[in-house]
Design a protein around this ligand. Structure first.
Ligand code: EPZ
Length: 416
């Protein structure tokens, strides 16, 4: 099991380039099921989750090839309609093949994802929507089975704005008979990126990025050729790393408009951020001031940045209240930050973080993707050495994090 070893105390400086968005690339890869032929996706990050999705699509009979930032998916023949538990248990986003498979072949069997570190994460809204579109849904031996000769357009109301739920049903609706309306849909930039990819295939979609999306079904779609947007969570992670170390960095190939909630909040902590078209310059304060956050669906403060922001607040001048409204168990990083000397008390969905002057390096353990990012951020500022175990969590969502941070002057190395 690899570990990351970080010697804290270096003010980051220099430039870093942001990779393509994992959570946009995953649904766009699944969308290639809908366009028989050779699909080409560029600016795809080289991550474990991406290769897991590629292997799953290959399991369905598609050709999968990835080199550097390009993915080629040959979807002429779909030979299987089942997403086995082995894939789904390592990556919940495997559920994104459900909608496209039913739309393309009339049937799909997808293993129920099961829980994960941050919560139960059911997919009831995904199946509710497919049912409304005429699919027969059965659950047997841990597998969801959806069957429909031809999906029909329907009006679907999400009682919670679900990102992958919106994406699954948007994909299913592109080949359905008639119009589908998704109400209280997720507005994340990754949803918009998927919609743009589908539109480039010939889909008829309006309103992506708002909570009301209309899809008029078409008879067929052509293969996609699409470039993925930058990863706004990787961007936010580097903004926070610059802030906590009091450094000054330039972040290239990012989309500042996708990080507005975080940038506004970081400015309130005393972090100076100037934004140009696809570049950010971030200058960290001597010591951040404490600020409260509540995670919300986009465009609110992103839940995927909550753990990283908490690491920053752990050394802030004052007390901050951090409320996690999206997932019921997304405070796994608290115990690990406490081992580094953070003063954090959790009560239900709210963590009270009393800033201390410094954190102390310690051996800690990553528990989920973003929690591990928060431990890296804390390690960058801590006195002494921090060793993070189970870094495979980090490799799921961050491409070459030690190279990128090392390029900014951080003393960080991977220990095999
Ligand atoms: C997506 O997960 C992201 N993953 C997550 O990023 C992100 O944290 C999350 O959206 C919220 O922004 C991908 O895009 C691959 P949801 P998703 O459905 O779609 C409840 C990362 O770090 N819900 O928007 O699974 C659910 O339990 C990952 O890269 C239902 O109750 O999240 C949660 O409380 C972690 N029933 C809330 O909605 C459903 O059918 C939002 O979940 C679906 C969701």
């Amino acid at each position: 099991m690899d570990k990351l070893e970080i010697e804290g105390g270096v003010r980051l400086s220099g430039e870093v380039s942001i990779s393509g968005a994992k959570n946009a690339a995953l649904p766009v890869m699944a969308a290639s099921i809908l366009g028989p032929g050779e699909n080409l996706i560029s600016n795809v990050p080289q991550l474990r989750d991406i290769s897991t999705m590629g292997k799953l699509l290959a399991h369905l009979g598609m050709g999968y090839h990835q080199e550097k930032g390009k993915v080629i998916l040959q979807s002429k023949n779909i030979k299987a309609i089942e997403a086995p538990y082995d894939y789904v248990k390592t990556m919940r986003a495997s559920v994104l093949v459900l909608g496209p498979l039913v739309a393309r072949t009339g049937e799909a069997r997808v293993s129920l994802p099961g829980g994960c570190a941050i919560g139960a994460r059911p997919i009831n809204l995904h199946t509710m929507g497919l049912e409304k579109m005429g699919a027969k849904i059965t659950l047997s031996r841990g597998y969801i089975r959806a069957k429909a000769k031809k999906l029909r357009g329907a009006t679907i109301y999400f009682d919670i704005p679900t990102v992958t739920g919106t994406e699954n049903l948007m994909m299913a609706a592109t080949l359905a008979e008639g119009q589908t309306i998704l109400e209280n849909a997720a507005c994340e930039p990754e949803v918009v990126d998927l919609a743009n990819a589908l539109i480039s295939m010939g889909a008829d979609i309006q309103g992506a990025g708002t909570s009301n999306i209309r899809i008029n079904g078409v008879s067929k779609l052509k293969p996609l050729k699409y470039r993925i947007i930058p990863d706004r969570i990787e961007t936010g992670t580097f903004i926070t790393a610059a802030a906590i170390t009091g450094g000054e960095i330039k972040i290239r190939n990012c989309s500042p408009t996708h990080n507005e909630a975080l940038i506004n909040k970081m400015r309130e902590t005393g972090t100076e951020i100037s934004a140009k078209k696809n570049t950010l310059v971030v200058r960290g304060p001597e010591r951040p001031s404490s600020e409260d956050i509540k995670t919300m669906p986009y465009p609110g403060f992103p839940t995927d940045m909550q753990a990283q922001f908490m690491a920053l607040m752990a050394v802030a001048d004052g007390t901050s209240m951090i409320t996690e409204n999206i997932f019921e168990n997304r405070f796994m990083h608290v115990a690990e930050l406490r081992r580094m000397g953070a003063d954090i008390r959790v009560e239900g969905p709210t963590a009270t973080v009393k800033g201390t002057k410094t954190l102390k390096g310690a051996p800690v353990m990553a528990t989920d993707l973003r929690a591990s990012a928060s431990l890296v951020i804390a390690g960058l500022a801590a006195q002494g050495t921090t060793v993070i175990d189970r870094v495979y969590h980090i490799d799921r969502g961050y491409q070459c994090i030690e190279e990128k941070l090392g390029g900014l002057g951080a003393r960080i190395r991977r220990v095999r």
